[in-house]
Design a protein around this ligand. Structure first.
Ligand code: PMP
Length: 448
């Protein structure tokens, strides 16, 4: 069943009750609990292309895409075949396998700023490693991050972070020591004067700035024109490094991530050398749905990692061959046709959301960064520049909109602070199903 039927959720509710007895909050990652939208989280049992099916047999057109990894759609046949044949050869050996260098080569060929790459298992590990590298390379203690940016759940990065912390309105996490928190300077995004002031005050002690390539964990909020370039130049003038976090945007916002979308901008006026981030982190799409992430960047920095250098980093499951098969196959199928399909679907859906909300008289803004988008409910005279502005959005309206879409068979992120993800499997029929549900959801948002 799909569009138009208000469906049973009895089985999902039973499963949630059961999980709640043995798993904190019934979930292994907080936003899955429908914490801010309320209602019964759907337990999903299968997915194919643009569609997912829940435990009660309801089918949904999906705009979560596993929070990003399912770039080609769920259970893409080539990815599943590659995973099966890798699994048949063994699930992992704790020794090097040929596909590790193949994946590194694939990423290096797409992102020139990456000269060397190390594979890890989650985005959290990738950013954690990048920060340790930056501190090891510079001998400096402080890290600059931007409010509303999310870089995983390592201690130093949970200050004013996006994603689940934004959804739950948490300023940080219990369990982080003051000493650790004091090593992170949190600044407003897109605010060059604030960044300059921080470097004036602490310049000699700042190891790195970490930034999402385009913020997408407080809803989508791209860097303003010129901001990324100025940020990199400023850091470099002060001997600090820049870590560009492409865990979410990498190989999704475009074939070479958001860095590729920025392209010309990093070349400035064309007279000087293009500026580049020193380290980059990847996750989600690079693992094609299995646990795999990566940190990469300048060779001289990356070669500080053990066993060559003094910065330690390791992982029992790093470079797992089954995850490598999923990631490599996903990237190899992520060709120009796939990206143009994703862009076309994103344009069509984002445009239809706007028309439906305009039609129902609901004030809103559609936020875009490459093929990523999200919707902000409320009156915004100008494009928001940072976290303080997006926190003023009307989450009550998102909640009504989300449930009306879900009831009509469309699976949106269960939080107003997350990006919407389309896949290359979102063909005209899938887009049509989403578009058909929008007027009803817009009316629900208007009533809320
Ligand atoms: N960085 C960014 C930009 C992310 O979006 C995420 C996850 N949403 C992470 C890091 C952390 O990745 P993981 O959940 O795989 O640890």
């Amino acid at each position: 069943r799909h569009a138009g039927t208000r469906s049973s959720t009895a089985r999902s509710e039973e499963l949630a009750a059961r999980a709640g007895r043995v798993i904190p909050g019934g979930v292994n990652s907080p936003v899955r609990a429908f914490a801010s939208v309320g209602g019964a989280p759907r337990f999903l049992v299968s997915g194919r292309g643009a569609y997912v099916t829940d435990a009660d047999g309801n089918e949904y057109t999906d705009l979560v895409a596993a929070w990003g990894p399912a770039l080609l759609g769920h259970a893409h046949p080539a990815v599943i075949d590659a995973v099966k044949s890798a699994a048949e050869r063994g699930l992992g050996f704790g020794a090097s396998v040929p596909a590790e260098a193949e994946l590194a080569e694939e990423i290096i060929s797409r992102v020139p700023a990456v000269e060397r790459l190390r594979l890890v298992s989650t985005g959290t590990e990738a950013t954690m490693t990048a920060i340790r590298l930056a501190r090891g390379a510079t001998g400096r203690p402080l890290l600059v991050k931007f409010a509303g940016h999310y870089h995983g759940h390592s201690d130093g990065l949970l200050a004013e972070a996006g994603s689940g912390l934004a959804t739950l309105s948490l300023p940080g996490s219990a369990g982080v020591t003051e000493a650790t928190a004091a090593q992170t300077l949190v600044l407003p995004y897109n605010d060059l004067p604030a960044l300059e002031a921080a470097f004036t005050e602490h310049g000699e002690r700042i190891a790195a700035i970490i930034a999402e390539a385009a913020a997408a964990n407080m809803g989508v909020l791209p860097p303003e024109p010129g901001f990324t370039r100025s940020m990199i130049e400023l850091a470099h003038r002060h001997g600090a490094l820049v870590i560009l976090d492409e865990v979410l945007t990498g190989f999704r916002a475009g074939p070479s991530g958001y860095l590729g979308v920025l392209g010309d901008e990093l070349r400035g006026d064309g007279t000087g050398d293009p500026v580049a981030p020193d380290l980059l982190t990847f996750g989600k799409v690079v693992g094609g749905g299995l646990p795999l992430a990566a940190v990469g960047g300048r060779a001289d920095l990356m070669d500080l990692l053990a066993p060559l250098g003094p910065v330690y980093q390791a992982g029992t499951l790093s470079g797992n061959p089954v995850a490598l098969a999923a990631g490599l196959t996903t990237l190899r199928h992520a060709d120009a046709a796939a990206y143009s399909r994703i862009a076309a679907a994103a344009d069509a859906i984002a445009g239809a959301v706007s028309s439906a909300l305009d039609g129902a008289g609901v004030p809103h803004r559609v936020q875009r960064a490459g093929t990523l988008f999200s919707v902000l409910f409320g009156e915004f005279a100008a494009a928001p520049r940072g976290y303080a502005e997006v926190q003023r959005q009307e989450t009550v309206r998102y909640r009504a909109f989300f449930h009306a879409m879900l009831d009509q068979g469309v699976n949106l992120p269960p939080s107003a602070f997350e990006a919407w993800f389309v896949t290359a499997a979102h063909d005209d029929a899938a887009v049509e199903r989403i578009v058909a549900a929008l007027p009803g959801a817009a009316r629900a948002a208007a009533r809320s």
